[in-house]
Design a protein around this ligand. Structure first.
Ligand SMILES: Cc1ncc(COP(=O)(O)O)c(C=O)c1O
Length: 413
């Protein structure tokens, strides 16, 4: 008789984990009151709910300004445009992230220069950032991946030495702090996503944070069709409509009220997971950087040693965990695998002089490839909202899959 649920055995946690997003009548009332107001859109920008959320979220992270818009991809495009970055410029991005991090510079007209991540954090490797700088480099977009943060000390040092801007991709990092400073408040801009799976969500949406008045003004203008936002209404920008509607903004205001409590719950559960998951052979927990002074995470990322899982890849192990009732996934392939860089699908890279550098066949990111294709597994945020028992089930399932890894043989990778 097979033991693993994937082979017909009994799952560890058939009851599943709490649903996301969390909502009740407060969300219903907030949306209903926007409906009744008749003021559904995002114009004039910002609308009352948008302005309320921007102020609340910026204060929570520690920035002077928040600029709410359609999603956490255009946030980065707008940040680069507000910084004056575009045609002919280069922007350095990590090789292990969602495609949006590289898409954004392309949408702004710049070329993403992709560099590998470090072994111990799976965030952008500052040494490789430095090596990739050319006279055309204008910015770096570090990604705070999963529960990790990029080494902002080293990145700031490099950025200052080479006059580069930093746009932090904080799609996973609502609530994180680095040396007492909020994620997204360290570089020139911080970019956050409020898409359905994110821990501060309205289904869609994105926020840019900045403490620079001028940059904030330009970003507001760019997302509002280029309308002037200075008091004399003189400075127009090259913009389009990237506004978020008031229905979404109202949801964000209510979700913000729940955020800190949810963060604390995930933090406690995450620490417990780290304490007990190390007992499972072949499971590697990445060290938590002590410079992360307030810990928060979207999904939790860890590594497996495929050799200790009968040679199975992360994809197969995550699938087996799912079948045991544990919300696990492999999230990101190395950047070279995204359609963005498949020449037949994306013409921008081949239209400019960098075709050579954006040819996936010529890209090599050994650490991101090892992480994305063999070792990284994400536990979804709801694993960390089911108390100690939820964590114990996740670890029990990991141990079970490891112990019976022979049953994984032959499953499609
Ligand atoms: C690291 C990263 N950056 C950017 C994004 C883009 O956010 P959005 O889906 O809101 O455009 C996401 C999420 O999907 C992400 O995970």
């Amino acid at each position: 008789m097979a033991e693993l649920a994937i082979r017909g055995g009994t799952p560890v946690r058939p009851e599943g984990y709490p649903a996301w997003p969390v909502w009740d009548e407060r969300e219903v009332d907030a949306v209903a009151s926007v409906v009744r107001s008749g003021n559904w859109g995002g114009f004039p920008e910002p609308g009352p709910n948008a302005a309320a959320f921007e102020a609340k979220f910026a204060a929570y992270q520690g920035a002077k300004h928040g600029i709410l818009m359609a999603n956490g991809t255009v946030t980065m495009e707008v940040a680069l445009k507000a910084l004056g970055i575009g045609w002919g410029d280069e922007v350095i991005v990590p090789a292990l992230t969602f495609a949006a991090t590289a898409y954004a510079p392309m949408a702004a007209g710049a070329v993403p220069v992709i560099v590998d991540v470090t072994h111990d954090t799976w965030t952008i490797d500052p040494t490789l950032v430095e090596a990739a700088i050319t006279p055309k480099t204008k910015a770096v977009i570090p990604v705070h991946l999963g529960q990790q943060m990029a080494d902002m000390d080293r990145l700031l040092e490099i950025a200052r030495a080479h006059s580069l801007a930093i746009v932090e991709d904080c799609a996973h990092a609502h609530g994180q702090q680095w040396n007492g400073k909020g994620a997204g408040c360290i570089g020139e801009f911080g970019s956050f996503s409020h898409q359905s799976s994110k821990i501060l969500t309205a289904g869609e949406g994105g926020t840019l944070l900045t403490s620079d008045d001028e940059l904030a003004r330009r970003a507001h203008s760019i997302i509002d069709c280029g309308r002037a936002k200075d008091s004399e209404e003189k400075e127009y920008t090259f913009g389009a409509n990237y506004r978020l509607g008031e229905l979404h903004a109202a949801l964000l205001v209510t979700q913000m009220n729940r955020f800190e409590e949810q963060r604390k719950e995930r933090e406690a559960a995450g620490k417990y997971f780290e304490e007990i998951a190390t007992q499972v052979p072949g499971v590697h927990i990445m060290p938590r950087d002590p410079r992360i002074t307030r810990w928060s995470f979207y999904n939790y990322i860890f590594a497996i040693e495929p050799e200790l899982f009968g040679g199975a890849t992360n994809e197969v192990v995550a699938y087996a965990l799912e079948e045991e009732g544990i919300p696990a996934e492999v999230q990101y392939p190395p950047m070279s695998r995204y359609d963005l860089f498949q020449p037949s699908l994306s013409r921008l890279p081949v239209a400019v002089e960098f075709a050579e550098r954006l040819d996936p066949a010529k890209m090599s990111f050994p650490v991101a490839e090892d992480a994305g294709l063999r070792r990284s597994i994400y536990l979804m945020e709801n694993t960390f909202r089911a108390g100690k028992e939820g964590i114990e089930h996740a670890v029990e399932a990991l141990a079970k899959v490891q112990k019976h890894a022979d049953e994984l043989a032959g499953l499609p990778a």
